[in-house]
Write a protein that binds this ligand. Structure first.
Ligand code: NAD
Length: 736
């Protein structure tokens, strides 16, 4: 049979091997055309008496199928869920629903074709890829522990729309299926066998033979859920066990997500409602929820930021195309403290040789020991081995001798946040470095242009700002100084790609992009406190707004003396001579009168035990002013205050040219400081509300709460034209 996405091969026993191999892509993805061909295949298998069975496998070396083509889905080009953008909302709903139903029909045809169908899963099978295998009667998977199986849709704000919410719980029970569906985590082959998601594990080169053996010896061409005596494993929603699963599941979901993530809510509904009806009705339920979800801004924004934009930035979308590709083989890290050893570790992990410098040999060695501790934790969790640890550490050379930097392609400085100390090490490093080396600073606050003044080669000087803890945080903020060259930018981006992190590119300014915007979150929490809103309410509403931590908790981690210093320094820098405002007075009481500095002295807005664990809100804070805290503030308005102020700061960064690409702004916010992921980031947040409505909200808040909410000129201008950020600042297509 002639197919575009698959190779058809019928053997002498009448068993067809269908090898999935989408042309022009390194990995199979589920496209509209592949779905149509699966349907055609099922019809042929059902109707041709010479065909005894079907084996589906992949022709790609690195996997079976990575899931739906989200780029195709987002552009609305075709099924599943596809719809051209010129359609009316009603037509879009109908097109998306029909698109998903086409996928369901194709897979139903496959599992009811009357012949045994087996999947030989020779690599990663995610999302739609796994869903195709769930519609097969038998699954045999490669025994390679690196193979991952899962339904990760919920991670990007989607639900598994290819029958995953119906077949998986029917196969393994709702209790086992729900965590996989709701959290989107993957399982390795061993776990997949234990969970009974797949029938068997076998060496990769024997998979097709194993599948054929099953077809010849013990074929069963009927799915469990299509058999008369079928029972849902663990019981349906109305059984005692099932009832408990859904009651608890609902409560836990609410606790974790505060109802912010429609995908998770709908997944739970799909499973709950779908398990009460026959599979075909269940699939229609899933298709309805999928369509409803696709029409919501949350999922569209999440797909754009957390999948498409993140992928584009990771592949070098912001890399100057004119610069030749570079490969950092030797990295110098100066300052072997918390950040320095983290940078040394992630770089050595990526195969880069690292020269780790500190003021003394002992301190440099201390940094290497810090990297060893990260690896010990990885070994404890079964994610590394003593051999790998030795290999990675052998790439880190601790020293106090700057001459060791001679062969470095790139240096990253992570010494104390002090202009003088930084200038001193820049000079020392440049004496040793070759002319081609690029010099990056990991400063979190000091403008790059100023730091570059200490350099003989300011064009090679750039900001490379990591986040703490370096081994876990996926973002790197690259900062262009006034004189930074495109070559320095290219090297920095190539390096960040090599260590498998996501780069955003910003221009130089106080606090750059991330620290500056995030600062408004904690400041708003302080303003609420100064307004007399109950501290527990401030903390809870912060999390309800989608932020990972309450503002007081964040401030305790940063250290309470820091915001006090920042407030005073900012006034000094701006030449403002006013006395302390209410927030400053409050902090003066906590820090200067009560000596509470936050986590660092185990006393802050919270009390901590001797192991540093947060115990409770500080009782004296709760008793402040006779304990007369307000608890009747509007929760919705508080949530809006938190998100609106951060988004306004992001808009100001656009106006000032600190940030120029909405993808940087949104991805940077979610990965850098955990800005409510369900919004797709602060810029998607504004665009979803609409600039006109957003400015109206700012005007109302400014009248009620003060000038910090005053809309900037750019927003007013955009509101007048009803313009969105993603159109006005449409990402430049400059990928290398
Ligand atoms: P740290 O105090 O843990 O480490 C600084 C290291 O620099 C120390 O080991 C110190 O001995 C070394 N050092 C100081 N002077 C030196 C000199 N003259 N020569 C060589 N080494 C010297 O600090 P950190 O938290 O790792 O921060 C380092 C830098 O990273 C700062 O600029 C900070 O603003 C920035 N940063 C920190 C974080 C964070 O969360 N900690 C996040 C992003 C950026």
């Amino acid at each position: 049979m002639e197919l575009k996405n698959f190779k058809w091969d019928q053997d002498a026993d009448g068993i067809v091997t269908l090898t999935w191999n989408v042309p022009g892509r390194t990995m199979n993805v589920l496209t509209g055309s592949a779905i149509a061909e699966l349907a055609k295949t099922a019809e042929k298998v059902a109707g041709d008496a010479s065909i005894k069975g079907l084996v589906i496998t992949s022709g790609k070396a690195n996997g079976f199928c990575a899931g739906a083509a989200l780029d195709e889905m987002e552009s609305g080009a075709s099924a599943p869920g596809g719809a051209p953008k010129t359609q009316s909302p009603e037509e879009m709903v109908a097109a998306r629903y029909n698109g998903v139903m086409q996928f369901h029909h194709a897979l139903r045809k496959l599992e009811t074709c009357g012949k045994p169908v087996a999947a030989a899963v020779n690599g990663l099978a995610l999302g739609g890829g796994l869903e195709v295998t769930l519609a097969c009667h038998y699954r045999v998977v490669s025994d390679n522990p690196k193979v991952q199986l899962g339904l990760p849709e919920s991670k990007v704000g989607l639900l598994p729309g290819g029958g995953g919410t119906q077949r998986l719980p029917r196969l393994i029970g709702a209790m086992q299926a729900l965590p996989l569906l709701l959290q989107g985590g993957n399982v390795d082959p061993q776990k997949a066998v234990a969970l009974k998601i797949v029938h068997k594990m076998a060496p990769a080169d024997t998979l097709v033979a194993e599948a054929k053996k099953w077809i010849k010896e013990t074929p069963d061409p009927v799915q469990p859920w299509d058999k008369k005596d079928y029972r849902i494993p663990g019981g349906g929603p109305y059984s005692p066990g099932g009832g408990q699963v859904f009651t608890m599941g609902n409560a836990m979901l609410r606790k974790e997500s505060y109802g912010n993530y429609p995908a998770q809510r709908y997944i739970l509904s799909c499973v709950y409602e779908g398990l009460q009806v026959p599979i075909d009705a269940g699939l229609r339920i899933e298709a309805r929820y999928f369509t409803k979800l696709m029409m919501q801004p949350e999922s569209r924004n999440m797909i754009r930021s957390l999948f498409l934009s993140m992928q584009e930035l990771g592949k070098g979308a912001r890399r100057p195309a004119s610069e030749p590709k570079t490969d950092v083989k030797t990295l110098g890290v100066i300052g072997a403290g918390v950040m320095g050893f983290g940078i040394a570790y992630v770089s050595a992990l990526a195969g880069i040789d690292v020269v780790l410098i500190d003021a003394t040999q002992e301190k440099a060695q201390g940094g290497k020991d810090g990297a060893a501790k990260i690896l010990d934790r990885q070994i404890e969790r079964g994610r590394s081995s003593p051999e790998k640890k030795a290999e990675i550490l052998s790439r880190i050379q601790p020293t106090a001798d700057y001459a060791a930097l001679k062969n470095a392609d790139l240096v990253i400085e992570a010494v104390f946040e002090d202009r003088g100390v930084k200038a001193d090490v820049t000079k020392k490093a440049e004496v040793a470095l070759g002319n081609k080396a690029i010099y990056g600073s990991n400063t979190s606050t000091l403008p790059i242009t100023g730091l570059a003044e200490a350099s003989e080669r300011p064009e090679s000087f750039i900001g490379i700002h990591f986040f703490s803890p370096v081994d876990r945080m996926g973002l790197v903020e690259i900062i262009m100084g006034k004189k930074t060259s495109t070559r320095a930018l290219a090297v920095a981006i190539d390096y960040v790609a090599k260590i498998k992190k996501t780069p955003i590119v910003v221009n130089d300014a106080r606090g750059f992009y991330t620290s500056r915007c995030f600062g408004t979150y904690t400041r708003e929490g302080m303003a609420m406190l100064a307004d007399g809103i109950h501290p527990a309410m401030i903390e809870n509403v912060g999390r309800m707004a989608g932020m990972p931590m309450g503002t007081l908790e964040v401030l305790d981690s940063v250290g309470l003396d820091t915001p006090l210093k920042v407030m005073r320094q900012t006034k000094k820098d701006l030449g403002v001579n006013t006395g302390p405002d209410d927030s400053e007075k409050f902090l003066m009481w906590v820090v200067e009168e009560k000596g509470r500095l936050g986590r660092k002295n185990a006393k802050g807005f919270y009390d901590y035990d001797d192991k540093g664990k947060r115990v409770r809100l500080w009782p004296e804070l709760l008793a402040y002013n006779g304990g007369k805290w307000k608890t009747d503030a509007s929760v919705d308005e508080m949530k809006q205050r938190f998100l609106t102020l951060q988004a306004l700061e992001a808009a100001k960064c656009f106006e000032e040219g600190v940030i120029t690409d909405p993808r940087d702004a949104d991805v940077g916010a979610i990965l850098g400081w955990g800005f409510a992921p369900f919004t797709g980031g602060p810029i998607s947040y504004i665009d979803s509300i609409g600039t006109k409505k957003f400015v109206e909200r700012l005007d109302a808040f400014a009248a009620k709460y003060g000038d910090r909410f005053k809309a900037n000129k750019l927003l007013r201008d955009m509101a007048a034209k009803n313009e969105s950020f993603y159109t006005r600042f449409a990402p430049a297509k400059q990928a290398a």
